[in-house]
Design a protein. Sequence first.
Length: 318
Amino acid sequence: MEMHDAWFFIGVFVFIFLIWVATGGPLHPLSFTGPSLAQPDVLGGGTYLQFPRAFFNVGESHVALPGSSSGGSSYGDSSISISSSLDGIAFGSPSSYRTIVSMSNYVSHASSSDPRNEYVQLSVSPNAGVPIDISGWQLVSEATGKAAAIPMGTRVPTSGIVNPQQDIVLAPGEHAILVSGRSPTGTSFRENKCIGYFGTFQQFSPSLPQNCPAPSDELVSFYGDYYVRDATCIDYVDRLSRCQTVLFPPRTLSVACRNFVVQRLNYNGCVSAHRNDPDFDGTTWRIYLGRDKHLWRARYEIVKLFDINKKTVDAFSY
């Protein structure tokens, strides 16, 4: 019985083999195909060969301000917006100085009755690589349309004369205070070791740094051989503050002491003595935009900084 079953199965396999050979055998096209799956339906805008596309391209960003219905303004490959309570204000076409030059995110004394008290601060990144000429750039109020151009200035001003003007160039890591009003000295200038003397008779906002050389040190360095014998002069000078200008020293002082005070303890005398000091130059410019009225609103303001090509360098709102 077992022998009969074996011959039966052998016969079935032989029969299947003969049918396979009769239909083409190893030359049939099906022999060259592997297993396959049905193609899936389209999913999320893609297919089995393509991922779904996002609503924006990789590397692009079109971002609108809160409340904007425009979907954001586009420039080149990207578009940047600023956070604001005002609707529809876009950053605009970005400058190549974007992220290299930046503003503080507030205006000090905004809408001041005296524009000399109203200012915004600007900084150049320490990684900028090269100095940046900002003369001709513009500060613009997006809310009111008011604008002011950054002027030229004087690197080392001299008191009592009309100072020559040059482009304002900020080195990497340097700063600028952009004051809306007119300069008390008649020009924009770079701070230096002696600049605090300007504050004796004129008001500056913010206040000038008081880092002038100590009067007593100046006396030691410049009074001469008579110094040790003039105790009255030493006592008087020791009581003077840094950056304090005295136009009329007491008549009780010696002539030599009075001459020293008048000639040395003032801005021009300090510059003459210390201009070549390695620490003479400061890192901040005082830039005056020359307006007679305030530039910025106290509330709901958009502040923009444009470069010479009218590209947006930075912007903020409050």
